[in-house]
Design a protein around this ligand. Structure first.
Ligand code: ZN
Length: 169
């Protein structure tokens, strides 16, 4: 297993639209293991392949407090959504910023599991929010896109400045 580098906003690679996974094979399962290691180390509750510069429709999540509920979603598609919930979201690609975002409260999602079998699951609560956030990543979308232009620019400037300072330090 290996920890992967997480791309950070405003890296243009975060804007790429991911293509469907065509084979659930050993290479993909190796990537999944690396994504879990990267997510747990960050620490975070979700990670999309896009964030580690792999532009395939794959995401991992674990919203438990003790790493006991690892979930893998390959080629996820939301087939039903219902209700509205507002959650303060953060993102490993936008470190240090937390903002309220409105999402569906319940979703039904269809995806392939690690064995390559098609399954459907009804999700709610934090996991439903997390999966919607990560599917956005696969479409090149970030949670800051839901904020005002002024707020997004402010975050972008601050992150670029922080990174420049980190580079000279
Ligand atoms: Zn994110």
């Amino acid at each position: 297993m290996a920890k992967l580098k997480i791309l950070e906003f405003p890296d243009p690679r975060l804007r790429k639209k991911a293509s469907p996974v065509d084979a659930v094979d050993d290479a993909l399962n190796g990537l999944i293991d690396d994504m879990f290691e990267t997510m747990y180390a960050a620490p975070g509750i979700g990670l999309a392949a896009t964030q580690v510069d792999v532009h395939k429709r794959l995401l991992v999540a674990d919203v438990s407090s003790d790493q006991s509920d690892p979930r893998v979603f390959i080629n996820p598609v939301i087939v039903e959504k219902d209700g509205v919930t507002v959650t303060e979201e953060g993102c490993l690609s936008v470190p240090g910023y937390y903002e309220e975002v409105e999402r569906a409260e319940h979703i039904r999602v269809r995806f392939l599991d690690r064995g390559g079998d098609e399954v459907e699951a009804e999700l709610e609560g934090l996991l439903a929010v997390c999966v919607q956030h990560e599917i956005d990543h696969l479409d090149g979308k970030l949670f800051v896109d839901y904020l005002s232009e002024a707020k997004r620019q402010r975050i972008r400037k601050r992150l670029v400045k922080d990174r420049r300072q980190a580079a000279v330090a």
